[in-house]
Design a protein around this ligand. Sequence first.
Ligand code: AMP
Length: 224
Amino acid sequence: MSLKPLRIVLLGAPGAGKGTQTSRLLKAIPQLSSISTGDLLRNEIAKKSEIGSVASKYIADGKLLPDLFMAQLVTNELRQRNWLNRDASFLLDGFPRTANQAEKLDSELESNQANVNLVVELDVPPSVILDRISNRWVHSSGRVYNLQYNPPKVPFKDDVTGEPLFQRPDDNPETFKVRLDSYFKELAPLKQFYIKKGVYDKVSGDTSDIIFPKLLELIKKRFS
Ligand code: AMP
């Protein structure tokens, strides 16, 4: 499937399935590549870098890192990957998370004629999310499994590498609540920013299997 350049932001509560939808979209749309800020930060922590040492405290507490720090991190990443141009297609998973981050991203992209042209909110009921998070197991690559809906072929082992899966330390109930509250607090102004830009849309559903075909259809309709 060949589409016009598409620059997508996925919004969604922690556990709404941004990572899962991202992997499925990357398979369905070969021209698409993604940046997940959560994965980026976790890699920095694993590398024990300076960025990682700043990030680890915030992540452990379920708090958002400062906007300027995040905006610089993502801008550097976009530049390194050569995505700051009008022909680039990319998907951002987990960034921006605040209206302030969105403004900073927008001014950087605008000056490179590479504006975000679709923002999709993954709308999953909080009760479903809470249930889902207790079944979430991940691999260090960022691959995500759900013991109920999307189990690994061998229990607790990654399908690709066979390495052990683990539960994210910030998926514990207390930290998760902080993350969920912060998502809903930031969502309204963030959403408003993109509604004004005319690029916001929303896909609702209880499972990734319900959401994915709707999301793909939305993208095909706009970018074919
Ligand atoms: P995620 O894997 O997307 O749930 O992100 C894990 C954690 O990384 C979040 O709870 C935040 O502490 C941090 N983080 C990721 N993306 C951002 C962002 N755009 N702004 C601030 N903090 C972020």
